[in-house]
Design a protein around this ligand. Sequence first.
Ligand SMILES: [Zn+2]
Length: 151
Amino acid sequence: MAGGNVNPRGVGGSGESPPVVSVCPMCGYPHEPACKITEPQKEEELQELVARYNDNLGLLWFHPPNGGHRHAAVGAKLKRQGVKAGVPDVWILDTPAGHDCRGVVIELKVKGRKPTPEQVEWLAALEQRNWLTFCVNGLQEYVNVMRVLGW
Ligand SMILES: [Zn+2]
């Protein structure tokens, strides 16, 4: 379990589900009904909303900081150190209930954007290695996937 976070949905618990209030993906507070989702236009905004949402669920997860623009020299140095192009945006090390998998990886795209060939390859390679993989367009799709997974 991830330490320190409130875990309002009982993730990682016994499987019994007490009545719980979902974390609102927009404001990050557990309340219902949730705020109406406004789709972020920028990938970094989407990533921040997803980060708060995941943290509030108490998941053990991380985002590899390999996106964004960098100077070529910095990029080359990171590459020598093992940073890989196309790795998924969200790595969840917890296993969703009822799934026999290593964890869940999710590629985040804002609405209307497609994954790069490297991103598609990473998802395929991870799927072969028994990870659950998703590519989602926007916050609403992200939340739908998480709810289907029981989170
Ligand atoms: Zn809210």
